[in-house]
Structure formats: structure tokens, C-alpha cells
Design a protein around this ligand. Structure first.
Ligand code: ZN
Ligand code: ZN
Length: 377
């Protein structure tokens, strides 16, 4: 990650979104007046591709289960599936079990083409008599971990607050040299925003977990109490200045052929990350994940993505006759600009709080890019 100080000069700024289609929108609005002494610090979640011409995109999954926890298939079946379906890597993230990937890499690994990576899902629960089930769930993936991290408490149940267990488990994961990923906040309606406010910068957060029971879109309970979508949670954290990276992954459990027709089973291949790295090694992939050099997808692929102090540019890989809507999103989850077509450019004014891009295609599939943060000092 690179950090650059930047002082905006103009009082009135133009935000533009240019598309490759004939439809171009141009918007002008007054920027927030800046105090003379205000310096902005910009964090580039994704650095310019021009600076790293040798880097390439690797498709991978950061969340998969096998028979070593509650998956339905042994590790070799899981790994073979990802190898045969266009992935470059997958982590294996069983509950409280670290699968030895050496024999799997001996069988399936191929230099520059496919890699199996170690992981664990730390299955933390928190007692809460006010919750319908009496416990809430705070699962965290330890990506790249090589020893099991024990959750707190008997039967993995710790006393509240949940934020304290996140703090402890994330620190343990980092101490073990692994990358922490906060999983499915709406699983069993467990994690309100307040429990995420102390997450350290550069934590990964699942915004599109493809498991069929994780409530990504949020919803209201019978008394009308609303739990926001995982993407809205992400925006709430970004709005508070937290640099959090949004992840899409499978949380795959079901690989058996006879389950293929059951829509309630969590099949593989529904959500993934595209990681930009120099080379396909565990170290390089973990390094890029940790600094947010990746985007998340449920089916939209990018041909190019660049973000720097002044603008974000992206180009979408065409796919049949699909059409695309590109949105640039800022503080409060507000859509700052919208474009159609396969290319778009957003000029950063410095007053957005943060800017991130999201692409939706006419089939409902999406790609989410990591935020460019703009922080007051
Ligand atoms: Zn979980
Ligand atoms: Zn899981």
C-alpha cells in the first residue's frame, strides 16, 4: 500500500464518469470547502497497474470446507474441483483443523497455474441470552495459517462482547503469520455494526459469501428491527475511515454430484477473488490479499483496473451480450457516479471520504473493487 498526501486546489470540482458507450454522463457539484490547513491522506487499496507491469490476476477462493470439518467431500475432491474449474488457487478453511496441503500440492499443484493454500475457520461463538439461539457467531478465517487457533471458551463459546473476541482472534491470526478475514456477519443475524467498529485496518470482510444461509442482503425481523446488508456494513466501516477489504467467496461445503440440483446446498464456483500478484506463491497471494490488491466477483471480470490519487479507471472483459452498469460509491454508501458500457473513469475530488467501484451486469452478477480512502488528518 502506498500513502500519498494530497492537497486539493480547486473550490469547484468536476466529477465525471465516462463510459465506452455513447452514453456519457458528466456531473458538476460543489465540493465541500476545505480548511487551508487540511491535508488529506490517500490510501490506495489497489496501486497502479502501470507501476507493476509484470503483475497478473489470479482467481482464487478464500473459504472452502472438506470432510475435515462439515464439508461433504475429502480434500482431494475439493481441490480437484477448483483445479478443473478455472481457479489458480484455493484455501482450505475447515473449522479448527488445518489440512496439510503438501500432498495436495504434490498431486494438483502446478507452477504458475494452481496452488492449494492452508487455512482455518476459527469458529468463535459468544453467549447472548437476548439472541434467539442464546449464542451469536463470530467466525474468522485464518488465511495461510499453519497451526490451529483455538477459539475462546468451552465449546467455543466466549462471554460478550463479541468485539473483544474479534480483537483476540484477529491478533492471534496475525501473530501466526496469517491474514484474517471476518466471515458472514449476517449468519444467524449475529453481528451488528457496533461489534465491527474496532476491526483493525486491512482486515478482510466477506461481503458476498455464497453459502445459502448467510443473509448477505440483510433484512428486518418480526419487530421491524433491520439488519443491514453485508455491503452496507462495509460502507458503514469505510465511512468511519476504516480501511476494510471486501471479499467474495464460496464457503463451499457440497461437492457430491448428487447434490448438484439442490439449490439449498452450498456448491462451489459462485463467488471468488481476483488477486493481483507477481507470482503464484503462497507468500505473494497472502501479501496481495493483506494490502487489498484484489477485487471480488460473482461473475464479472475486469480487463484492467487502475486507481491512483486522482482517479479510478476500469475496463470490463466482455461476456456475450451482457450489459454493464458501473457505479462509483462514496461516504455513506452514496452512489457518486454511474456509467454504462465496458469502460469508466472517475476523477477523485478529495471530498468523497472514500471511493470504490462496483460493476453489475444484466445477469445480476457483480464485481466489487477495493476502496481508495481519503482521510483527514
Ligand atoms: Zn462460518
Ligand atoms: Zn465456513
Amino acid at each position: 500500500m502506498s500513502w500519498v498526501s494530497w492537497r486539493p486546489a480547486a473550490r469547484d470540482r468536476t466529477v465525471s464518469a465516462r463510459s465506452g458507450s455513447p452514453h456519457q454522463r458528466r456531473m458538476t457539484r460543489k465540493s465541500v470547502p476545505f480548511a487551508a490547513a487540511l491535508a488529506l491522506t490517500l490510501a490506495f487499496a489497489v496501486s497502479s497497474a502501470a507501476q507493476q507491469p509484470a503483475r497478473r490476476w489470479y482467481r482464487g477462493n478464500t473459504h472452502a470446507h472438506t470432510l475435515n470439518s462439515d464439508g461433504d467431500s475429502p480434500p482431494d475432491v475439493v481441490v480437484r474441483w477448483y483445479r478443473q474449474h478455472g481457479y489458480h488457487f484455493t484455501f482450505i478453511t475447515d473449522h479448527e483443523y488445518v489440512t496439510d496441503v503438501a500432498p495436495l500440492n504434490a498431486l494438483f499443484g502446478a507452477a504458475g497455474r494452481f496452488l492449494v493454500m492452508t487455512g482455518q475457520e476459527v469458529t468463535q461463538r459468544i453467549s447472548d441470552p437476548a439472541h434467539a439461539s442464546g449464542v451469536r457467531e463470530a467466525h474468522v478465517n485464518a488465511l495461510g495459517v499453519t497451526r490451529v487457533i483455538r477459539p475462546l471458551g468451552e465449546r467455543n463459546i466466549a462471554p460478550p462482547p463479541m468485539a473483544a473476541t474479534y480483537a483476540r482472534n484477529l491478533a492471534e491470526i496475525r501473530r501466526a503469520g496469517a491474514v484474517p478475514q471476518v466471515n458472514h456477519p449476517n449468519f444467524r443475524w449475529s453481528v451488528p455494526l457496533a461489534e465491527l467498529l474496532d476491526l483493525p485496518d486491512s482486515t478482510l470482510l466477506e461481503i458476498a459469501n455464497a453459502h445459502t444461509g448467510v443473509n448477505n442482503l440483510g433484512g428486518a425481523d418480526s419487530s421491524g428491527r433491520w439488519m443491514p446488508s453485508t455491503e452496507a456494513l462495509w460502507d458503514s466501516l469505510l465511512t468511519r475511515g476504516k480501511l476494510i477489504f471486501g471479499v467474495a467467496d464460496d464457503d463451499s461445503h457440497s461437492f457430491r454430484p448428487e447434490g448438484a440440483e439442490d439449490p439449498d446446498l452450498t456448491r462451489p464456483g459462485r463467488a471468488w477473488v481476483m488477486v493481483r500478484a507477481d507470482t503464484l506463491t503462497a507468500e505473494a497471494i497472502l501479501r496481495s490479499l493483506a494490502r487489498g490488491d484484489f477485487y471480488s466477483s460473482t461473475g464479472v471480470a475486469l480487463r484492467d483496473y487502475r486507481a491512483d490519487a486522482r482517479e479510478i479507471q476500469l475496463e470490463i472483459a466482455p461476456s456475450g451480450d451482457r450489459r454493464f452498469v458501473i457505479e462509483f460509491i462514496g461516504s455513506g454508501g452514496r452512489v457518486l457516479a454511474t456509467a454504462t458500457g465496458q469502460r469508466a473513469r472517475y476523477q477523485i475530488t478529495g471530498s468523497e471520504g472514500y471511493v470504490r467501484a462496483r460493476v453489475t451486469d444484466s445477469h445480476g452478477r457483480r464485481a466489487w473493487m477495493q476502496p481508495v480512502m481519503l482521510r483527514s488528518r
